[in-house]
Design a protein around this ligand. Structure first.
Ligand code: F6R
Length: 609
């Protein structure tokens, strides 16, 4: 999730590059850089830190030239540092590239390039692209880029420049955005529209697999086979603020809709092609590494805690290791029983939550081995933990966490499978089924997002309710907790989640005529029991919205409305069933006129106790 810009025309490129990047800082801000061709050589300036640091470095030394590319980074492969910042160059500095996305086969490619004598300076996946370009270049820039695109696997928007063909920039994309802004005698490239709307509103939006050759007077777009594509000009009529949100009204809804993409990115390079295993290059554990681990302790706050709650089911059921889950602010003050036989896992989107950080330090102090699941490379939690698994959700801006949660679930599920594989606690065939299930998730998440109209209708109908209850058993209960938190934090409706089997022990007293109850019923092993609980609340005249799998006729019989998600493995159901709950919370908040992205009294990152 980085920001990309490019310029070719009669003006000094650096001006546009820096201004464009400032409009894209919301996409990533751990480092920034630009490359400008001055007529003789390509000058690259890049630095760790926010764009302001780069601007400061360039203040008295602005690179001169009318063609250039730039980047603002959100680290995935390689921590934020000067050398890991983009643009990346080949061995000679004659080829430069900026990239957004993940090159899945970069380790293979890197090894081969090193054998051929290429010298790498960064830890990034992107650097292989620059060296590949150098390797393939034989006087034909376009031809070399085509070869590079054929060699790489993964997701990308890529922009290439070389001193040998200084009248063109070439770019291409797959699963990441890229737009070309059409000017008069000048053209612009950007990962997102905000970067260019002060310059032009006429754009080409590139589709997956397309490659564009951009000069100052022309833009040639072709498909993977090199066949010219005739593009329609897309006139942007968004204002600057809407453009930043990709045309969505709020960051939260934009982030909800990003989920298929970020789920795919979080799995990228981590699932074996033949589905036989999970690959965590960042862990590289062996069976021996687990010797002596008697329990796993998971600590986190808020939504991340709910992800931990789901992780407990995953790890206990698949890897057969006992798991304790604790709220970080409780854990740190309860003189916990933790020692060298504990693997302590903390989950945190920001990597900065003070209680989670303190819990991590406490677990470490007590001798535990530690692992962080976080979204921010180089964050305090990432630095403190012995091991890190990154969720590749990109920057999450809305206060209410959505895409971070689903990528946390994907990460902890992969971790559970990884541990199960190491412990040989799972049959190879079952592993294959579950990995195949993971691979289907992005498309299935799309399907859920395509079916939003009924959810909007429920939100309008029940958006002014005083109380809403969420019930479910097993993993459905864990998702119910997250659904209730989403609803209360952005719509301010009083919402509670209950393990459906607990209703009789008190909560049933609150179920009266017309109270909305969201009942999750995706877990086959407790399905009948959940139906009985649904009947209990129906008998008290609650209005029940049932969430189940497509084709569940039984559920339809007992509830007032259904929201049906595509069928998947029971473990993966939470990753899909939470999406309608996020949408419900969002549209309920809209119905009530709440400030969705900045709910009252809440902050995105809680760095004080
Ligand atoms: C809720 C939400 C919070 C965070 C919590 C932990 O939507 O976003 O509950 O999940 O503050 O934050 P991180 O994950 O950054 O540690």
């Amino acid at each position: 999730m980085c920001g990309i810009v490019g310029y070719i025309g009669p003006k000094q490129a650096a001006g546009f590059l820096l201004e464009g990047l400032s409009k894209l800082e919301y996409r990533g801000y751990d480092s920034a850089g630009i490359a400008v061709f001055d007529g003789e050589k390509i000058n690259v300036t890049k630095t760790v830190g926010r764009l302001a640091v780069l601007k400061d470095q360039l203040k008295n030394n602005m690179p001169q030239g009318q063609i250039g590319i730039g980047h603002t980074r959100w680290a995935t492969h390689g921590r934020p540092s000067d050398v890991n910042s983009h643009p990346h160059t080949d061995c000679t500095g004659n080829f430069v590239v900026v990239h957004n996305g993940i090159i899945e086969n970069y380790l293979d490619l890197k090894e081969k390039l090193i054998e051929k004598g290429h010298v790498f300076v960064s830890e990034t996946d992107t650097e292989v692209v620059a060296h590949l370009l150098e390797e393939y270049y034989d006087g034909d820039f376009e031809g070399a880029v085509k070869k590079v695109l054929a060699a790489i696997e993964g997701s990308y928007s890529l922009v290439f420049m070389t001193k040998f063909d200084p009248d063109k920039i070439i770019c291409s994309k797959k699963d990441n955005p890229l737009v070309i802004g059409l000017g008069q005698g000048e053209n612009f490239i950007a990962s997102d529209i905000p970067a260019i709307i002060n310059y032009t509103r006429r754009t080409y939006i590139l589709s997956d697999g397309e490659m564009a050759v951009v000069t100052k007077d022309s833009v040639w777009v072709m498909n993977r086979q090199g066949v010219p594509v005739s593009k329609k000009v897309f006139e942007v009529n968004w204002d600057a603020e809407a453009a930043e949100k990709g045309g969505y009204e709020h960051f939260m809804i934009k982030e909800i809709y990003e989920q298929p993409k970020v789920i795919r990115e979080t799995m990228s390079g981590r699932l074996a092609k033949d589905n036989s295993e999970i690959i965590f290059d960042e862990l590289k554990w062996t069976k021996e590494d687990l010797v002596g681990i008697k329990k796993i302790l998971i600590t986190a706050c808020g939504t991340a805690y709910h992800a931990g709650f789901v992780a407990k089911y995953f790890i206990e059921q698949l890897a057969r290791i006992p798991v304790e889950v604790d709220i970080a602010s409780e854990f740190r003050y309860r003189t916990p029983l933790v020692d060298e036989s504990t693997l302590a896992i903390v989950i945190s989107q920001s990597g900065e939550t003070i209680d989670t950080l303190a819990a991590l330090k406490e677990a470490k102090r007590l001798g535990a081995r530690t692992l962080a699941v976080t979204n921010v490379v180089g964050s305090s939690i990432a630095r403190e933990a012995d091991h890190v698994i990154y969720t590749w959700a990109g920057p999450e801006i809305a206060v209410a966490s959505t895409k971070a949660y689903t990528t946390q679930l994907v990460s902890v599920f992969m971790l559970a499978l990884y541990l199960a594989g190491l412990k040989e606690a799972i049959a190879p065939e079952r592993m294959k089924e579950l990995v195949a299930g993971l691979k289907n998730l992005p498309a299935q998440a799309h399907e859920v997002l395509d079916d939003v109209e009924p959810i909007k209708t429920f939100a309008e109908k029940y958006g002014f309710s005083e109380d809403v209850f969420f019930i479910g058993r097993s993993l459905d209960y864990a998702v119910a907790l997250e659904g209730a938190l989403k609803l209360k934090e952005i719509s301010y409706i009083h919402a509670e989640a209950y393990a459906a089997g607990e209703l009789k022990h008190g909560t049933l007293a609150l179920i009266i005529e017309g109270v909305p109850v969201i009942a999750l019923a995706t877990q086959s092993d407790v399905y009948d029991k959940t139906l009985s609980n649904i009947k209990e609340v129906k008998a008290r005249d609650a209005v029940v919205i049932g969430i189940g799998f497509v084709g569940d006729k039984q559920l339809e019989k007992y509830v007032d409305h259904t929201i049906l998600i595509p069928r998947t493995e029971k473990y993966l159901a939470p990753i899909l069933s939470v999406i309608p709950l996020q949408l419900l919370a969002y549209y309920a908040a809209i119905t009530r006129g709440c400030d969705v992205d900045k709910p009252r009294n809440l902050a995105k990152s809680v760095t004080v106790e």
